[in-house]
Design a protein. Structure first.
Length: 322
């Protein structure tokens, strides 16, 4: 297992109190595997990613384990942590315009980090990033390298961001809502590109998204998160075809489709619950149409049910008895 997270809890300081953002997360990603992490805003997806890279805000309290290739990330020295972030992890952010300096050319952005640690001549490194731009689908890399961010479309900038993430040849890509800021057609193109790169390079990918359709198309497995917990994890196509947790069912039913006509789009009742506001018992119980008395009293553990992992008191019954 390349990435192995066990019983991760993250609490952040707000005033004089600590608020729990990630309640109890366990998941793993193997070599060359892709995992989608899906859930509404506030479910703890991005904080889980920050725990993987040890970039949580000051004052955060973390328990549980995050291991990368067997090494405990929380026990790394500053030098080891710097090497881990630079050489093992590639980050792709939601909005590249917020992470690329608007007054510097693309060439400067792509070369800035490489020049700090790679002793080869600038011309050699420039050719390296030009080749990367071609690999991510930019037909005229020289023109792109000479451009400023405002001269490129959102889709091209996201491809530049992917090239930057690949420049140190990482083993794990963390794509945090990397398609959200794009139009639907460009989203599909970038998602397909990530899948192709993963296959070609043997990368492991953690793909954070709100979009279950995209997750089903490009990821091997999908984990659904609610109130800081994993509530369901299945092979992506199996989850898309036969979701087991009531929350996952609600997410899939509430998405619009060009194949169906609606008088009113189905929605989940209530509002998303952050981990620090979760009630006793199952955090989804107040919004669940299938709740039972036990749901308000006990937190359901994540258990295996065939190929699925499910945190629901309905258990195997939620999967139609399978």
């Amino acid at each position: 297992m390349l990435l192995d997270i066990r019983n991760l809890i993250v609490e952040l300081p707000v005033g004089r109190e600590l608020r729990r953002i990630v309640a109890d997360v366990s998941l793993g990603i193997g070599e060359g595997e892709s995992l989608a992490l899906v859930g509404e805003s506030g479910s703890g997806k991005s904080m889980t990613t920050k725990a993987i890279t040890r970039t949580l805000p000051a004052g955060a309290r973390v328990s549980g384990e995050v291991r990368f290739d067997g090494r405990l990330v929380g026990a790394m020295s500053e030098r080891e942590l710097e090497s881990y972030r630079r050489e093992q992890i590639g980050l792709i952010y939601q909005d590249p315009r917020a992470h690329i300096n608007p007054v510097r050319r693309i060439e400067d952005f792509l070369l800035e980090g490489l020049l700090l640690f790679d002793t080869r001549p600038r011309a050699v490194l420039r050719q390296k990033v030009a080749d990367l731009l071609q690999e991510v689908g930019i037909a005229d890399p020289d023109r792109c390298l000479g451009s400023y961010p405002h001269q490129l479309s959102g889709g091209m900038l996201q491809r530049v961001a992917i090239a930057a993430a690949l420049s140190t040849q990482p083993r794990l890509l963390l794509a945090d809502e990397s398609t959200t800021a794009l139009d639907v057609t460009t989203q599909a193109e970038v998602a397909l590109l990530l899948k192709q790169l993963q296959t070609r390079r043997g990368l492991s990918v953690l793909f954070i998204t709100h979009d279950l359709d995209l997750a089903a198309q490009i990821c091997d497995r999908t984990a659904v998160m609610y109130a800081g917990r994993i509530v369901e994890m299945q092979p992506s196509r199996a989850l898309y075809a036969a979701p087991a947790h009531p929350y996952t069912k609600g997410l899939l039913q509430s998405r619009p489709s060009v194949d169906r006509r609606y008088e009113r789009l189905p929605t989940l009742p209530g509002s998303p619950t952050p981990a620090y506001e979760a009630p006793a018992g199952c955090p989804f119980a107040p919004r669940c149409t299938e709740r039972m008395p036990i749901c308000s009293a006990e937190v359901p553990p994540l258990k295996s049910h065939g190929v699925a992992e499910l945190a629901c008191h309905l258990g195997a019954a939620a999967r139609g008895g399978n």
